[in-house]
Structure formats: structure tokens, C-alpha cells
Design a protein around this ligand. Structure first.
Ligand code: RIB
Ligand code: CA
Length: 310
């Protein structure tokens, strides 16, 4: 029995989701990959998860999830991830269809069958909210819900809101009120973990397909993030949530009370963190504040370098 954390990765591949799949395959026991509408439509996020599974040659079920947010209209980010969500990588479509189209049921059943799983959502929280609606007891059976989303200091879709929360604010609100053991790995953390052309060059030097694909994803990520943060680099958001579970020493977090704004004219999708100290409300979440960025980048590159080459 390995002591690697056993996780369900709920994702919307997505350039950084694809790197998160590589990272999770190396550093966790991937019980399942579930997909959700987010960066692109769920038919593409699912196809991309299957393409990454084939590239890595890993034996992990992929289950398709929600095709739309629980209330809002679908909201995508093709300008950040490419028209079909995996940038311009040359990856064949997978031969196999998803193992099911019942990601929500799979999350419920898997957490009933095995206590102590980590749910690691790195896309909109639609599947997680629907699973908690179906079985609120999930909140007491999982080791954590460690999500990439939100943040403690501003957004990327609007000045207030980060994409994963904004795209399905109602779902995020339900998850943050569920009582589940949440860790929020938000933009304030993920913007500390940035990859640039030197990291892409390292990946190409590995001399295998996974390295070449990762290099293209990193280059694309840099090209679309020319504005935010440091020019010439791009934040690698989703792998940070995986590392927060597999290598908790890499991310420093603090207990905080966090609410999700659903109705605000200018603030819909904001994760409002109560940082009033002794005046704060009872914490419902751990908020990630500081990354050991050097170590995180080492672990991501090692996962790419050591990826199974099929
Ligand atoms: O805001 C960054 C998040 O939105 C990442 O998960 C990225 O993949 C997109 O889903
Ligand atoms: Ca994502």
C-alpha cells in the first residue's frame, strides 16, 4: 500500500489541467478523473482528459460530468486554452469513450466505498456541488476538498472573481457552505508558481512525447498570459492544488472564513476571505497563502520528466 494520497481529480482540461493530470499521475494515486464544463465545453474537456490518459498510458477511469453550471449559462475561456482546450498540441483523439457520463454518481459512490479520499477540483465546482446535493455525507467522508479557485486578493475574469468560481458561483457557494474540509488554492497562491520558456526548454530536453507536449502547453500558457503577472511567464494554477495534497509542505495555508458572492453587480464570483483576526467569523476553509515555488516547479518538472512513456 503506498502512502500516496488517493484523489479524484475533477477538471476542465485546459492547459494547466493537463499539467495537473501529469502531476497527479506521478505524485498521487489517481482513483478517477472527472470532467466538467469550464475552460471549454464538457465534450472537449472530456476528450482532452482521455487524450492525456492515452499520452501517459495510465490506467485511470475518466468520467464525464456536468455540461453546464447549476444555474448560470455556460462560460468558457477558449482565449486562454485554445478553441478545443489543449492549446495547439498535436495529440490524437483517444480511441475510447469516457468510462461513464455519470461523474457525479461516481464521486458519491467512490467516497462511499472508500473514506479518506481527496477531492481535487481544478475547474468550476459544478460536479462537486451536485455530488454534495446528492449525498451531503460526502463532506464527512473525504480527507479534503482541495480546490484550485478563488483567491484572497482579486480575480482574473473580473477584478473580484477567479474563473472557476465565476463560471459557477452558485455551485461554489454551495461547496463553501457544505462543511466539507476545504482548502482554497487561489490565484494569490498560484500566481507565485510561474513557468516560462526555460521550463519549456527543460521539458523538450527530456526527449520524450510527454515532455514535448508539456513544452507546447507551457509555451502556449506564456503566450496567452502576456499581460498579467510577469511578462514572459504564465502561472501554473491547477498543479498547485494537486501538490497541496501530495506535498503539503509546499503550500502554507491558514484557517479562514470564506464566502462566495453570488449576486454582486461587480463582485459576482468573489471569494471573500475574512481576515479581521479576532473579529473573524468561524473558519470554514483553509486558504493557501504562500508557495515554495521553487520546490513546486521542481516537482512539476520531475513529474513531466518521469512520466511513463508509452
Ligand atoms: O483561474 C484559473 C483556473 O481557471 C484554472 O483552473 C484554469 O484551468 C481555469 O479553469
Ligand atoms: Ca482548470
Amino acid at each position: 500500500m503506498t502512502d500516496r494520497p488517493r484523489i479524484i481529480l475533477d477538471c476542465d482540461p485546459g492547459v494547466d489541467d493537463a499539467i495537473a493530470i501529469i502531476t497527479a499521475a506521478r505524485w498521487t494515486d489517481l482513483v478517477a478523473i472527472t470532467t466538467v464544463s469550464g475552460n471549454v465545453g464538457v465534450e472537449h474537456t472530456t476528450a482532452n482528459a482521455l487524450r492525456m490518459r492515452d499520452l501517459l498510458g495510465i490506467d485511470v477511469p475518466v468520467h464525464q460530468g456536468a455540461a453546464r453550471p447549476i444555474v448560470a449559462e455556460p462560460f468558457h475561456a477558449r482565449h486562454v486554452h485554445g478553441m478545443t482546450g489543449l492549446a495547439d498540441v498535436d495529440l490524437p483523439l483517444a480511441d475510447l469513450a469516457p468510462d461513464s457520463e455519470d461523474a457525479v454518481e461516481v464521486i458519491v459512490e467512490a467516497t462511499l466505498a472508500e473514506e479518506g479520499l481527496h477531492l481535487v477540483p481544478v475547474g468550476p465546482l459544478t460536479n462537486i456541488a451536485l455530488a454534495l446535493r446528492a449525498d451531503p455525507g460526502i463532506a464527512n467522508r473525504v480527507a479534503s476538498v482541495t480546490l484550485m479557485g478563488g483567491g484572497a486578493s482579486g480575480g482574473n475574469v473580473t477584478p473580484a472573481a477567479e474563473f472557476n468560481i465565476y463560471a459557477d458561483a452558485e455551485a461554489a457557494d454551495e461547496v463553501f457552505r457544505s462543511g466539507a474540509p476545504l482548502t482554497m488554492v487561489g490565484l494569490n497562491l498560484t500566481h507565485q508558481v510561474r513557468m516560462d520558456a526555460s521550463h519549456a526548454d527543460s521539458c523538450r530536453s527530456f526527449g520524450h512525447r510527454v515532455g514535448d507536449v508539456a513544452a507546447k502547453l507551457i509555451d502556449f500558457n506564456v503566450s496567452v498570459h502576456r499581460g498579467g503577472g510577469l511578462p514572459g511567464s504564465g502561472a501554473m494554477h491547477d498543479p498547485c492544488a494537486v501538490l497541496a495534497v501530495s506535498h503539503p509542505e509546499v503550500v502554507r495555508s491558514e484557517p479562514r472564513h470564506v464566502v462566495v458572492e453570488v449576486d454582486g453587480t461587480h463582485t459576482r464570483g468573489q471569494t471573500l476571505v475574512d481576515e479581521r483576526g479576532p473579529m473573524s467569523r468561524e473558519p470554514n476553509c483553509r486558504v493557501a497563502y504562500e508557495a515554495d515555488a521553487g520546490r513546486a516547479l521542481e516537482l512539476i518538472l520531475q513529474a513531466i520528466r518521469e512520466a511513463p512513456v508509452c
